[in-house]
Design a protein around this ligand. Sequence first.
Ligand SMILES: Cc1cc2nc3c(=O)[nH]c(=O)nc-3n(C[C@H](O)[C@H](O)[C@H](O)COP(=O)(O)O)c2cc1C
Length: 354
Amino acid sequence: MMDIDRRKNEHIFLASSPESQIGSNLLEEVILIHRALPEIDLEDVDATATFLGRRIRMPFIIGAMTGGTELAERINTRLAKAAEAFGVPMYVGSQRIGIVKPETRRSFEVVKEHAPNAPKIANLGAPQISRLSEDEVIEWAKQAVDMINASAIAIHLNPAQEVFQPGGEPYFKGVVERLKALKRALGLPLIVKEVGNGISKEIAEALNGIADVIDVAGFGGTSFVAIEGARAKSVDVELYELAEEFKYWGIPTAAAICEVKSAFGGLIIASGGIRSGLDGAKAMALGADYFSASQPLLKAALEGDVLKALGRIEKELKIAMFLTGSRDIKALRSTPKVLGPRLESWIRQRGLSC
Ligand SMILES: Cc1cc2nc3c(=O)[nH]c(=O)nc-3n(C[C@H](O)[C@H](O)[C@H](O)COP(=O)(O)O)c2cc1C
């Protein structure tokens, strides 16, 4: 178990360094059309949204990151206080450690203490649910939900991470059946997310009727292939080299939004390299319902100023809304845009509508 502790802290330190940020999410290929006559005042812009029936200050969700160690507890405390004060939802990181090692639960429970009103999203991984019986999966999910008083549960799909993680668990057999069982038994919205390699239309199609929400978690931001490769370097040189070879693997976030939008009937969260409210506005214009970021908020939490980071994202989002003449989020989602050649070609080759 010391290993899990060390891994969690290494993830935090490696993820906050520039080497973990790989490639492009192709959002630079989305140009929102400037509107010289917005016909509204900047102060008229309303960026509020609803999430699972609750009013939130902007369609932004603090990404899934951590839990299980003392450092993770401090980070979760800061993220939770900011989520509550600002009025946005938050995910927590994988709660497996809180279930198999109950003495670490506090690092998750601080989230419900400090964010009693903000919507909270529980988190477990596909490899774990693959290896549990249906009854155990439901039991784990209930524990995860109770631990933070969650209003939804997210299951993360991370096959690439598991391949390159020293001692990883690339177990994905039976995951769809487990997801169905969870959906039936839990009575809570089910979110299915990646962790930075993106979700395709084929997977989105298969998740219709199972997942309520897909978080695309596309390529072009934090790379767990790079992070696990860096961790492997001193223990398994071949694994490090393999990770280097696959460092650019994945569906860029902008493309992943179009993939999922073309096949999925539920709600879409855009994430993966979203670094500003302007990136968020572009993701919304492509068809996302919400956007989310992890690494920038991790850095803000380590430096202690999460509220400032959220305030900045809101300002950028509102400026983008004003300059496109979008009075509210609904208008932003249909604002005119032009797509660059790589994204346009992706959309054409894959027969997507975006
Ligand atoms: C330190 C760290 C730990 C993470 N741990 C988890 C996790 O336990 N569960 C999960 O679903 N995603 C996890 N993620 C992935 C993020 O939720 C997100 O999908 C990914 O970082 C891409 O977003 P970004 O480019 O904004 O960082 C983690 C991310 C970071 C930075």
